[in-house]
Design a protein around this ligand. Structure first.
Ligand SMILES: [Zn+2]
Length: 396
């Protein structure tokens, strides 16, 4: 049993390494002659260096996490820690919660170091950073608070209520993510402006009633531009990054808005939720069986199943789950993007939609020519030239 989990971890790391290598090679490969190049040489150099540094950081972060997990599993650290805390006189619940906290600390530190390097080294050097050290520290403290609160509460609940606890964990995790996001960013209604008048007119023409059209203060943290369509039916809303409104001309912002409306009209959100629900069910079933299995517990030194051990084991299955989710979700997601682009092109014009897509990719220092593995497995959006091809198929 132990061997199986360690094997999965090693294979996961090998896969991450393979991905890092092919991405890095692809970045330095000369740009294909048959592909249109939408970047000037300065933007291209900046984008290559940004993507490369981001990839390197990711590999370091993932590798440290894998080493930590291997050490925890290989040396039965969960068992030994719970034993130590019990010997110090702590009750079973407290000993488990303390062990979970102690084990989570190195992962949290690793994640924080990675974010700090991304923000203050990589983003800063490439002109993307807008976060101050103070704001960063507050973000770290806030997410740390939620992480450890969640960990404590779920470990306690699982010991108390056994299997009911398992379903609670994912729910609590989701709620904490939403609360954390809400506290980190401010979303305000789009202020009165020429843009707002045009957006409202467009929605009326399309017989659309969004509950809200909001502006997210993304500029507080980075220079990246984006727009999102969130929620379902009556609860749906469109979120525009303030950076998008700031950096793109109004016509292009309208094209991006129309793209998001395209997602709403095609009910793309609903189509993409199915794989997530499916995987949540599978992972819950897996979690419950792991957390009840005597043979798993014994393989890692425990006489009986232990909730902290189950957490650690589920954590080590992250990469396989991520690959499965990508396979199930991304092809559908990419088709949705092309349809949303075509809708925007029909409503706002082809040229302006193409300009807006190019502007976004340039501003975000995106990849124009991803590796085929990336393109088919991990990209939620098709590469720029495919999106432009899609737009050009729209009849005039
Ligand atoms: Zn989209």
């Amino acid at each position: 049993m132990k061997f199986l989990f360690i094997l999965i971890l090693c294979l996961s790391w090998l896969f991450e390494f393979f991905l890092w290598r092919i991405r890095k090679r692809q970045l330095h490969r000369p740009f294909p002659e048959d592909l249109p190049d939408y970047f000037d040489s300065q933007t291209k150099d900046l984008s290559v260096s940004y993507q490369e540094k981001t990839g390197d950081l990711r590999l370091i972060h993932v590798s440290v996490n894998h080493v930590l997990l291997l050490a925890i599993m290989g040396f039965d650290l969960v068992f030994h820690l719970v034993q130590i805390f019990s010997r110090w006189g702590f009750q079973e619940e407290a000993a488990n919660v303390l062990a979970a906290f102690l084990l989570a600390i190195p992962f949290f530190v690793n994640g924080t170091v990675k974010s700090a390097k991304q923000v203050f080294s990589v983003n800063e050097k490439h002109g993307m950073n807008r976060t101050t050290p103070r704001k960063f520290l507050l973000d770290v403290l806030r997410s740390g608070f939620f992480l450890f609160l969640l960990l404590g509460v779920s470990t306690y609940f699982i010991i108390e209520g056994s299997s009911q606890g398992a379903s609670l964990v994912s729910l609590l995790y989701f709620i904490s993510l939403v609360i954390n996001q809400r506290l980190a960013f401010k979303m305000t209604p789009l202020p009165d402006s020429g843009l707002k008048t045009r957006i409202l007119q467009f929605c009326e023409d399309q017989h659309l009633r969004f509950r809200k059209i909001l502006v997210l203060n993304a500029s507080q943290r980075s220079g990246q531009v984006n727009a999102l369509f969130q929620g379902f039916g009556r609860w749906s809303r469109i979120v525009l990054f303030d950076t998008l409104i700031e950096k793109l001309p109004e016509d292009e912002v309208m094209a991006i808005f129309a793209h998001e409306v395209g997602h709403a009209k095609n009910r793309d959100q609903r189509k993409l939720i199915l794989p997530i629900i499916l995987l949540t069910i599978i992972s819950t079933i897996l979690y419950v069986s792991v957390s009840k299995s005597m043979s798993v517990a014994r393989a890692f030194g425990f006489p009986e199943p232990n909730p902290v051990l189950s957490f650690v084991l589920m954590f080590s299955l992250w990469t396989p789950f991520w690959i499965a989710l990508s396979i199930l979700r991304n092809p559908r997601s990419r088709r949705g993007e092309i349809r949303a682009d075509q809708f925007a092109a029909k409503e706002m014009g082809k040229a302006v939609t193409i300009d807006a897509l190019i502007a976004i990719t340039r501003t975000n220092l995106g990849v124009q020519n991803p590796h085929p593995v990336d393109e088919f497995l991990f990209s939620t959006h098709p590469p720029l030239h495919q999106r432009i091809q899609g737009i050009n198929k729209v009849p005039d």
